[in-house]
Design a protein around this ligand. Structure first.
Ligand code: ZN
Length: 73
């Protein structure tokens, strides 16, 4: 069963929840302030140490050089 990481939208608390695939966070509450509807983060299948090569800038993701003329997503 995958573990999802959520972040509270009110106080910013991060917490992990084991969920079956297909479940959403609608019934979750922040363990700290009890606020509903936490935001799901991406942490489930990637170890914290492995960084992606994705550029953090605003360049076009389809043409690493950023000169294709398309607006960035
Ligand atoms: Zn909270």
């Amino acid at each position: 069963m995958p573990i999802y990481e959520y972040q509270c939208t009110r106080c910013g608390e991060k917490f992990e929840v084991r969920q079956a695939i297909g479940e959403d966070g609608a019934k979750l509450n922040c363990p700290k302030c009890r606020a509903p509807n936490p935001k799901r983060l991406f942490s489930s299948f990637f170890s914290p140490g492995s960084s992606t090569t994705e550029p953090s800038g605003t360049s076009c993701p389809t043409c690493s050089s950023g000169v294709c003329g398309l607006p960035p997503m």
